[in-house]
Ligand binder design. Structure first.
Ligand code: PGA
Length: 249
C-alpha cells in the first residue's frame, strides 16, 4: 500500500549533541499527521536517535549501507548492524553517493537486494542531471536507472521499496522542479514500473520527490496525484521548516 512519507536526510550534519537538541525540538513540535515521518542522521548518531525517539512516531532511517553480510570492508556498515539497533529503512543511491563515492546502478542493485533480503525497506534515490534534462534525455536516464538497479527484483520485493525521484539539478541548489515537472516524471515512473511488472506494483509504490523542497513550495508539490511525499535535505535541519513541510502533506 502506498503511504505518504516525509523523510529528512541530514547528510553529514549534526553532532550527537546537536542531534539530540533537534530531535527534542522536532518531537515537541511534531504535528498530528497520517504521513510517515522519518529522519536520517549520520551513522554514528543512529543509536542515540533511536533511543531518543523510542516513544515517538518519527522513524530513524540510515543514509547508506554495504551489500555484504559482514567482512573486510573498512568503514562500511551492514544491514544486520542497522537492524540490531532498530533501524529498518535505508536510503540507497543518493546522488551524492553516486557523484562523490562512485556508486553505480550495478552496485546499487546489490545494495537494494541485500536490504530487501534482510526485510529492510530500501528508499531508492535516482534522478537526472541538468544536461540530461536540457538535452531531453531525462526520461531515458530515469528509466535506465530504475531498470538497472531495481527491475531484477521480484514483484513481492516491491513491498519493501520506496522511490525518491531527485533531479540532481534541484538538490541543494534552491532550484526545485515545478510541481508539473515532478508530476510528469512521477507518472512516467509509475508507467515504467507498470510495464515492467503490473499496475498493482506501480500503484502501490510510494514515490517521493526530493530537491529543494521548502515550506513555501511543499504543499503544491505534494498536491500532485503521483507525488507521495518528499525527501528533504537542507530544510530538514531546521525544526520549524521540517514541521511546516510535514504540515503541508
Ligand atoms: P535538498 O536535498 O532538500 O537540500 O535539496 C534533498 C536531498 O538531497 O535528498
Amino acid at each position: 500500500m502506498r503511504s505518504k512519507i516525509v523523510a529528512g536526510n541530514w547528510k553529514m550534519n549534526k553532532t550527537l549533541t546537536e542531534t539530540e537538541a533537534l530531535l527534542a525540538e522536532l518531537s515537541a513540535k511534531l504535528p498530528d499527521t497520517d504521513a510517515m515521518v522519518m529522519i536520517a542522521p549520520t551513522h554514528v548518531n543512529l543509536p542515540g536517535a533511536v533511543r531518543n525517539l523510542v516513544h515517538s512516531a518519527i522513524e530513524v532511517i540510515a543514509q547508506n549501507m554495504h551489500f555484504a553480510e559482514s567482512g573486510a570492508f573498512t568503514g562500511e556498515i551492514s544491514a544486520d548492524m542497522l537492524l540490531d539497533i532498530g533501524v529498518e529503512t535505508v536510503i540507497i543511491g543518493h546522488s551524492e553517493r553516486r557523484a562523490y563515492f562512485g556508486e553505480t546502478d550495478g552496485l546499487l542493485a546489490k545494495k537494494v537486494s541485500a536490504a530487501v533480503a534482510k526485510g529492510m525497506k530500501a528508499m531508492f534515490c535516482f534522478g537526472e542531471e541538468l544536461e540530461d534534462r536540457k538535452s531531453g534525455n531525462h526520461f531515458a536516464v530515469v528509466e535506465s536507472q530504475l531498470k538497472n538497479a531495481l527491475f531484477s527484483l521480484d514483484a513481492a520485493a516491491w513491498d519493501n521499496i520506496v522511490l525518491a525521484y531527485e533531479p540532481v539539478w534541484a538538490i541543494g541548489t534552491g532550484e526545485t522542479a515545478s510541481p508539473e515537472q515532478a508530476q510528469e516524471m512521477h507518472a512516467f515512473i509509475r508507467k515504467t514500473i507498470a510495464e515492467a511488472y503490473d499496475t498493482s506494483v506501480a500503484d502501490d509504490v510510494s514515490i517521493l520527490y526530493g530537491g529543494s523542497v521548502k515550506p513555501g513550495n511543499a504543499a503544491e508539490i505534494f498536491s500532485k496525484p503521483d507525488v507521495d511525499g518528499g525527501l528533504i535535505g537542507g530544510a530538514s535541519l531546521v525544526a520549524d521548516d521540517f514541521v511546516a513541510i510535514i504540515k503541508a502533506i
